[in-house]
Design a protein around this ligand. Sequence first.
Ligand SMILES: NC(=O)c1ccc[n+]([C@@H]2O[C@H](COP(=O)([O-])OP(=O)(O)OC[C@H]3O[C@@H](n4cnc5c(N)ncnc54)[C@H](O)[C@@H]3O)[C@@H](O)[C@H]2O)c1
Ligand SMILES: [Zn+2]
Length: 265
Amino acid sequence: LERRDVIVAVGGGAVTDVAGFAAATFRRGLPWISCPTTLVGQVDAGIGGKTGIDVAAKNDVGAFHPSLVVLSDPTLLNTLSQREWAAGFTEALKSGLLAGDPLWGLIRKWPSTRGEDQALATLIRRSAALKNRVVAADPKEAGERAILNLGHTIGHGIEHAAAGRYLHGEAIAIGLVAALTLSVEHAGLDPAVTDEVTGVLSRQGLPTVAEDVSVEAVIGAMRSDKKRSAGRTKFVLLEAPGRAVWGVDLDDAVVAAAVAAACHN
Ligand SMILES: NC(=O)c1ccc[n+]([C@@H]2O[C@H](COP(=O)([O-])OP(=O)(O)OC[C@H]3O[C@@H](n4cnc5c(N)ncnc54)[C@H](O)[C@@H]3O)[C@@H](O)[C@H]2O)c1
Ligand SMILES: [Zn+2]
């Protein structure tokens, strides 16, 4: 490889993360093109310039290195397993909640299937546009980019505590419901939105409460999350679809109750 070469990453988020990181660091940086082949990749992981690998912990070695272009072909998703497809749908749903209409309007009516080709292409385009807009406003996560963590605070805790039983998107489905439930109490969200999201997730066969996961283990995992600041876990809450707030500090007892409600034992 020479400095004028371009790396082309074709694969899921694991591939675009590692190839993007190789592009960021080899010979102090080569240009790269992202071609995500999973729904997670096309709506989230393949976009936005965060690249990295896991060494001692998840994503602890990485770089911000945006690709020249993102090429997403929805027909590549036809071969995804139903589980992987649904896990990606969770991230599109998160984008819809952050973006508001028209993406939220498309998602709230999503059928139990993978949708029509045209609708799927629109879902991917609009989710990518939301991520691009947020990342362009805050490329290095100094502020607003934190909203992309909606559902991910408790969701990551569940993902760790479940030790591989849930795909990332499945744990985030549970985390989204928990974040929206907290939003009703602490951000004035209409409870009908939480009910609607629970319905959309269930139609895709996604979990909305965690089974056989210890509440203490989830809270422990949340405490060791690298996104904590000054020893506190900060939350992203939703006032309404299209209106997220970030950096919300909630009482430990409130968080513990939300985690307990998200775990069915
Ligand atoms: N950089 C970011 O901003 C960002 C954001 C979110 C997630 N991520 C990372 O992305 C990864 C998750 O991405 P993912 O869900 O794409 O996982 P993945 O890359 O592990 O792919 C999931 C599975 O799908 C298979 N696959 C890929 N394309 C396929 C296709 N077209 N048909 C059939 N099977 C296919 C893969 O071989 C793999 O078994 C995690 O490592 C996560 O940390 C990164
Ligand atoms: Zn995610």
